[in-house]
Design a protein around this ligand. Structure first.
Ligand code: GTP
Length: 524
């Protein structure tokens, strides 16, 4: 699990923010651009549909109007009005007239708007009646006739819908000769309209629900006002308002339009949006995977390595993993630089380590090396059931030497002693160290007391044989050394400190009595 500040977490957080941003932008586009655009398109098509409906209404009105005009301007109608053709209704106003012309009622009035003849099909029983007054068999026409009579004084020739009782399309024309304005009456043709008026039998969306409301002043003379409201997400209400034949009222023709187009548009966009989001998510996962493989994993490995390096207890530091060093990119360069750095550090560590174990003047081991190695040599050699000899050497009258020849010459003398010791003790297992000013220690594994005494004497002889003049010495004319020897045997093993102490005591004893001599500590 990546910790919150890890590169991986940050990358995931950044990608998530981007995803949310993209989603926000898409939702913004949907609401601010797509939906208004779709609504505008929907409105445009609703207006186109409203125009088609208007044409349908106009066609119906024109057909009725044309027929009313023909009847009104027909010579026989005029002759009837003038009393010259009294049997005109019986001979001409027949049921066939109404069937053929898709009309329901005809009202002929005189110049005083009094009824002269009324005929038509009773909508309640379908029976045809034809009478001189709206009475008797034509009683069913009485309400319509009254309405028509009421509106006749201001009637023009534009066909309109009347609203009481029930809805009906009305067209009124003056009965007159075409070449003269003299009227002999008016002829009104009526078609009853159902409350649900289907303009086109094959198109259910062409069904108009008729209603009436108080007249709006802005609609006159057959003009149509179109209103479109969205009543719900599923449908639009399309209202066509016209002035009616009934004074003070207008007719509202309403239909509902399905909003399938809008729904489809939004659904299409939502699908596209979902697809885009899915694609984006997939891309982001792929990017994360690639980023993880190319960047995160090597960086995590480098950071793990750096932590391990800091916690590394040893003097030798491990190199970065080889696969990281093998990379050709910046991370590979970094790993290789690490590797170079580590190598240099290891070299320096080794050098420093060597320095800390060496005596700077003579190049021999120092007290530190002796303290570290002596216990190890003792334990290893005793494990092999062999003794360890320790010789402690001190330069005789070295203070006098220094005082006489000077400190640099004293240093040179110490170096000569070191070289002499190095020449004598060449075994890998021998340890030669300078542990103080003019004090040297030699540790000899697998040496018993006799051999150690012999070789210590040999050292004294070899040193004297160097013939380094020592004028102020009260005992010898050359530089000499004295030695103390001690043994640690498997039978009587000694700790390093104790062994050194014993050799030192033996040396002290020698120094007390003589110089250029070897003394030994009694074993055990
Ligand atoms: N030149 C030089 N002198 C050193 C160094 N270290 C210690 N000395 C000198 O070694 C001398 C040791 O003198 P002492 O401890 O009195 O012993 P000694 O004069 O050798 O007398 P004995 O040991 O009794 O024979 C001192 O004068 C130190 O200054 C060194 O690194 N270089």
């Amino acid at each position: 699990m990546p910790y919150p500040n890890s590169l991986r977490s940050r990358f995931i957080i950044t990608l998530s923010i981007m995803l949310v941003l993209v989603m926000g932008i898409l939702v913004f586009i949907l609401h601010q651009l797509m939906i208004p655009n779709l609504i505008s398109e929907e409105r445009q098509s609703a207006h186109v549909y409203a125009n088609a409906l208007q044409k349908g209404i106009d066609q119906n009105a024109r057909a009725l109007g044309d027929m009313a005009y023909q009847w009104a301007s027909w010579i026989s109608t005029r002759e009837f009005m003038e009393g010259r053709l009294p049997d005109f209704p019986q001979t001409h106003i027949t049921p066939a007239v109404f069937s053929d012309h898709d009309a329901d009622m005809m009202v002929i009035t005189n110049i005083n708007d009094g009824v002269v003849w009324v005929a038509g099909r009773n909508p309640s029983n379908g029976r045809f009646t034809s009478c001189a007054t709206p009475e008797g068999p034509c009683q069913w026409t009485i309400e319509q006739v009254r309405q028509i009579q009421r509106q006749l004084p201001m009637a023009d020739t534009i066909p309109r819908i009347g609203i009481t009782p029930g809805f009906a399309l009305l067209s009124t024309w003056p009965i007159a000769r075409q070449d003269t304005p003299v009227q002999s009456g008016k002829l009104t043709l009526v078609r009853f309209l159902p409350g649900q008026w289907q303009l086109d039998a094959e198109n259910s969306a062409s069904t108009l629900t008729l209603s009436a409301t108080r007249q709006s002043t802005d609609i006159v003379n057959g003009e149509t006002r179109v209103d479109i409201d969205s009543t719900s997400d599923d449908s639009l209400r399309l209202t066509l308002a016209r002035d009616s034949a009934t004074p003070g009222y207008q007719v509202l023709m309403t239909t509902r339009l399905d909003r399938q187009g809008l729904r489809n548009g939004i659904e299409r966009f939502n699908l596209t949006m979902l697809g885009a989001m899915g694609l984006l998510l997939g891309l982001m996962m792929l990017m994360l995977w690639i980023f993880r493989a190319i960047v995160l994993r090597p960086i995590a490995e480098l950071s793990r390595y750096a932590v391990a390096l800091r916690q590394s207890p040893g003097e030798h530091l491990e190199s970065p993993p080889p696969w990281l060093q093998a990379r050709g990119d910046e991370l590979g360069i970094m790993a290789r630089e690490f590797q170079t750095l580590i190598r240099e550090l290891n070299d320096r560590n080794a050098h420093l380590k060597a320095l800390t174990n060496r005596d700077a003047l003579t190049g021999l081991g120092n007290r530190r090396l002796l303290d570290r190695q002596l216990p190890r040599i003792l334990s290893l050699t005793h494990r092999l059931d062999r003794p360890v000899a320790l010789i402690m050497i001190d330069v005789d009258h070295f203070k006098l030497y220094n005082d006489f020849y000077g400190h640099p010459e004293g240093d040179q003398c110490l170096k000569t002693i070191a070289e002499t010791l190095s020449d004598i003790f060449q075994r890998e297992s021998d340890l030669v160290a300078r542990i103080g000013g003019e004090e040297f220690v030699i540790v000899l594994p697998d040496f018993d007391l006799d051999r150690a005494m012999d070789i210590a004497r040999g050292v004294c002889t070899a040193m004297e044989a160097q013939c380094l003049p020592h004028e102020p010495s009260p005992t010898h004319k050359y530089v000499t050394i004295s030695a103390g020897v001690a043994i640690s045997s498997p039978e009587h093993p000694l700790a390093g400190e104790a062994l050194i102490k014993r050799a030192d005591e033996a040396l002290y004893q020698v120094k007390k009595s003589s110089r250029n001599a070897v003394g030994c500590a009694s074993p055990g």
